[in-house]
Write a protein that binds this ligand. Structure first.
Ligand SMILES: Cc1ncc(COP(=O)(O)O)c(C=O)c1O
Length: 484
């Protein structure tokens, strides 16, 4: 154990000490990985330290290196060393914050860390929630509570609303909950790619007049594509007037509220009935840790308490073993009554240990720095002769495209962006993926990695421009269109 343990720690330290070493992406085909890894179940054991090396050398490095300073794809987590230790400690101590009887300490840490998040996001007194696997599950739990509290258990004629910029996990959550696709009203975003409030109010009124039952609005605080923030105060006013549940999907952007520049941008977040936060994004945690925060956390129990779903009258052995004995002064908190999981991992540990180790100020500064880096990227793109902005920097996201001289918007220009992205990824020098903005293919940077510098942004943009220029000059020479 000691030898293998030391080996694992050495590998962790080597990895974390050199985030910029090696390619940003290691492409492997299924055949290559099959060849290396597919084998019958091993009947006999092997040396643990050697196996640690084998994992670290290959399986764990195939694919994208999200902590690489030139990884600008998706919403890349950078990880922290305290979080690595917390995950290992949680596994060693088998801490389970599902029932107080089983994991009182782990439960207490989760309650405290959730309280910290509520305070940092300036949510109303009494707010609370729980950690889940990620933003997708947080949206699912939120919409479950919204349904139960606003529809009295009857989904017929119900309608939920979001913009076409909302994350697909919203539609998937409603699907899981048994709503049909037409029960989610998807409104086209306005010119700023935000949920249009007047249009929402009109549609809610029309649906009511048609005998339908509007019950929830999903706002996005930081859309995945462009970082746009839906108008939270105005949406809250509509929801208040109409008695609708306001869920804010802040998986990408809610955390910006802890920083000076992000605080004003996220004004109104506190008026949400529930908020998705995703610490494995802008709080730099390793996967997986998402979080749902609610103004009335007690509603979680109404939806999820096992006693509600128990199949026998006295709620079975779980109830018998985890409820307080008659006469006990306090009702213990069993977080398995607050969400989907019964046995659950101690996700709070890593965030707690990271916040305690570095202090909140370091996180505030790192978040502000991610926003500043997006602004820097925006300035560089605007000044670059071969590049053009397609949406302004918002939070930590900026979109842009390469614009060969004389090539108008259209399928050919879209194809250029796809070609550039594939070439950048194949080079291993940076990771930049496309997205679609107003129906057009563009390139996207997400700049949250605290280890990235302005020089990394500049290098990535220069690479895009160089590949684009090469493509255009090849085209000029051959007389064909940019992609032949
Ligand atoms: C706005 C938004 N919501 C939800 C999600 C889903 O989060 P997760 O991948 O943690 O399930 C994402 C992921 O990028 C996101 O950007």
């Amino acid at each position: 154990m000691e030898r293998a343990g030391r080996r694992a720690v050495e590998r962790v330290l080597a990895r974390l000490a050199a985030p910029g070493e090696g390619p940003v992406h290691v492409a492997c085909t299924p055949e290559e990985l099959d060849k290396e890894w597919r084998e019958p179940p091993p009947e006999e054991g092997a040396d643990l330290a050697d196996l640690v090396d084998r994992l670290a050398d290959s399986a764990l490095t195939a694919g994208m290196r999200s902590d690489h300073p030139r990884c600008f794809a998706f919403v890349p987590s950078a990880g922290t060393f305290p979080a690595v230790l917390a995950d290992a400690l949680g596994a060693a101590f088998l801490a389970v914050p599902g029932a107080w009887l089983v994991g009182s300490g782990a439960t207490q840490l989760e309650l405290v860390t959730v309280e910290w998040l509520c305070a940092l996001l300036e949510l109303p007194e009494g707010s609370g929630g729980l950690f889940v696997s990620g933003g997708s599950e947080a949206n699912l739990v939120a919409l479950t509570v919204a349904r139960d509290s606003r529809l009295g258990g009857d989904p017929r004629g119900a309608r939920a609303y979001c913009s076409d910029q909302a994350h697909p996990s919203v539609a998937r959550a409603l699907h899981i909950l048994g709503f049909s696709r037409d029960q989610l009203v998807v409104l086209p975003a306005d010119a700023s790619l935000r949920l249009p409030v007047d249009e929402l109010a009109r549609r809610v009124a029309a649906d009511r007049a048609a005998g339908l039952r509007p019950f929830a609005v999903v706002a996005t605080a930081g859309t995945t594509s462009t970082g746009a923030i839906d108008p939270l105060p105005e949406l809250a006013a509509v929801c208040r007037a109409e008695g609708l549940w306001l869920h804010t999907d802040g998986a990408l952007g809610a955390v910006a509220r802890i920083s000076d520049p992000g605080r004003a941008l996220l004004a109104g977040l506190e008026a949400s009935d529930s908020v998705t936060v995703d610490p494995h994004k802008w709080l730099f945690q390793p996967y997986d840790i998402g979080c749902l925060l609610l103004r009335e956390p007690g509603l979680l129990r109404d939806s999820f308490a096992l006693t509600r779903h128990s199949l026998d009258v006295d709620a079975g052995y779980l109830s018998a073993s985890t409820r307080p004995a008659p006469g006990d002064a306090t009702d213990p908190v069993n977080l398995s009554d607050h969400g989907v999981q019964l046995s659950r991992g101690p996700r709070a540990l890593k965030l707690w240990l990271s916040l305690k180790t570095f202090g909140v100020r370091a996180f505030r500064e790192a978040v502000a720095d991610g926003m500043r880096r997006a602004a820097h990227a925006g300035e560089r793109i605007a000044a670059h002769p071969g590049l053009e902005l397609t949406s302004p920097p918002s939070l930590c996201v900026v979109t842009f495209r390469h614009r060969p001289p004389g090539l108008p918007p259209g399928p050919e220009l879209d194809a250029v962006q796809g070609h550039i992205s594939r070439t950048v990824v194949a080079s291993g020098d940076a990771m930049i993926l496309p997205t679609r903005v107003r129906g057009e293919q563009v390139l996207r940077l997400c700049t949250i990695n605290p280890r990235a510098t302005d020089a990394d942004v500049d290098a990535a943009l220069d690479l895009v421009a160089a590949i684009g220029d090469q493509l255009s000059s090849g085209t000029r020479d051959s007389g064909h269109g940019p992609l032949g």
